[in-house]
Write a protein that binds this ligand. Sequence first.
Ligand code: FES
Length: 196
Amino acid sequence: MAEGKRGKASPAEMRYRALDKFIERYGSRPGGLVRVLQKAQDLFGYLTPEVQVYVADRMCLPIGHVNGVATFYAGFVTAPRGRYTISVCRGTACYVKGAQDIFERFKELLGVDDDGTTADGLFTLRSTRCLGACGLSPVITVNEDVHGNLTADMITPLLDRYRREAEEGEREGVVTDVPHQPDRPGRDPRATPPPY
Ligand code: FES
């Protein structure tokens, strides 16, 4: 990665340098691409098209291949996320207990589709597969918080709670622009992985 004109690297250049080092070290190992993309996501917050092209170039891989992996794993993020990521489990146990109604209520109240982020940058809505807490179904997570045994009527108060929390955080001067660190890559076990 080229340096800035006066020899002082910009924050973006420093991130690319760190990524270069990581690729050098782990890129050719088994599972290297997933590790490299995870590192890139940690560094940049999410996998922008530019970052995907950069990784493809550095690892001598077709961009379609890198993009296939970046979009296959639920843990990879290819667009900016809101302060709170709401993951609604739509696995079988949750589905039979009404997860679809919960998901539809979120969509309606937030005005976004699956993987959408609200205009105020507060919430990102995602559907996900079994969260491993079927006994609490239907269950969702909001960042690291787990909420189980939900009904559609509980969604509005829940959103209000996080809106209040965000407002209070801003009043107290808590930094709010730190990107939410996404989960480690998790794969839907029923899906067929891309070849890599
Ligand atoms: S199916 Fe939702 S937690 Fe298992």
